[in-house]
Write a protein that binds this ligand. Sequence first.
Ligand code: GLN
Length: 493
Amino acid sequence: MKAPLTINELKEYVMNDPDFILEYVEKIYDVISSIEPKVRAFITLRPREEVIRDAEAVIAKIKSRTAGYLVGCLIAVKDNIITKGIRTTCASRMLQDFVPPYNATVVERLREEDAIIIGKTNMDEFAMGSTTENSAFFSTRNPWDLTRVPGGSSGGSATAVAALEATASLGSDTGGSIRAPAAYTATVGLKPSYGLVSRFGLIAYANSLEQIGPICRSVSDVAVLLDVISGFDPRDSTSIKRGRQRGFYTACMERELESEIKVAIIREMFSDGIEAPVKTIFNSVLDKLESNGFHVEEVSVPELKYALPTYYIIATAEASSNLARYDGIRYGYHIVVEGRSWYDVYSDVRSTAFGDEVKRRILVGSFVLSAGYYDEYYLRASKVRRVIRDRLLRILSSFDVIASPTMPVLPPRFGERITDPLKLYAMDVNTVPANLSGLPAISLPAGFVGNLPVGFQLMSKMFSECELLTISKFIEDLLNIAPAIPELVRHHV
Ligand code: GLN
């Protein structure tokens, strides 16, 4: 059987023959049984029989004409997004047996449109990392090169999509965690504007920075998922009060580019740390854009050199506060408490069930918030954050998009970055500005160095996802790479 690669293609099959969904489910599980032992994208995979039962219910709905928009879609969900009755671990021993009693809003919305959740994907513990090596359970491998990382922290979600183990997926992005793995797996990943997608049911890492977003095999698929998951949610006080217009982003895929598109390139996003082949691919995309009528201009934002330290101060501060709730008493990891002091139990639980990177963040975060240092670190970082936001908004008042390589380096080999936290953090240099300023940002497949994918990032104005997706679609068509299928799974197509 030929596997449809995009949501629209799948929809066509299903509309012609609703029972095709059963064939599709079988196909995906066959791919999973041969590929999953190699890549390990899932922490929890739902049993085939259970998914078939869900599929049968969807087919019945199609036949009675009551079905939603995402019929047939098998969605992989990052394991920090709460799923009722399905274990949600955050890739941490702290939550290894946690089965939530409710659904995140985004999951509810997927289900309302008749998507089926196929499983929960691997990630860096509590979303802290850029390679998925910080998972407490195992590392996920890059389907383009099994000796390399898939990026992180939503590495499982991106891998499941690239390796044809799911139709599409959801990730979360606090400082690049959707875009990094999208770049490293040649998929399309969108971090929406802050407030566009409800965070209700997203296990918090750093609330003021993060958003849930789609990782897909095409820009159009991203638009479809964004249509489903975006929009006001009374249960998230930071979600913006905009009505949900069904099909709004999908319609943006039909739009033509109206005028000359102005692209800003920020000099400071090309620091010494950037690898030459990444630069070469990025420049070749720019050349193509210029010869297609785009206007490309270099600008400078000197303050951007403070983006990484600013991000790591704010993110760790918020993390240390959020992670204080894991005491091993109310839920999650338990140990014997009888006859032991509060202090003993608390420190035993936290030192056993949190991994090294999580502990490092709690320590740093508590330090930058502590009396005497608060002004020097947290407060100052908040001010720099504002300056960076103002500078980027200023640029976007005269440009449509800001472009950069998503990641400064090619996908690292296992162990290459993880041993030195500063080397790991440096990978986020081009992704954190969007989170600091709340702006939407997308990573598109830009090309390959050998078989290693390189991502092209675009940032745009607040809530301009329609324009961003229209431009992205144009670039996707121009480059003609997506959907990009790794050699490993090509025989399944
Ligand atoms: N790599 C960054 C961090 O570790 C971003 C992670 C994320 O976006 N969740 O904080």
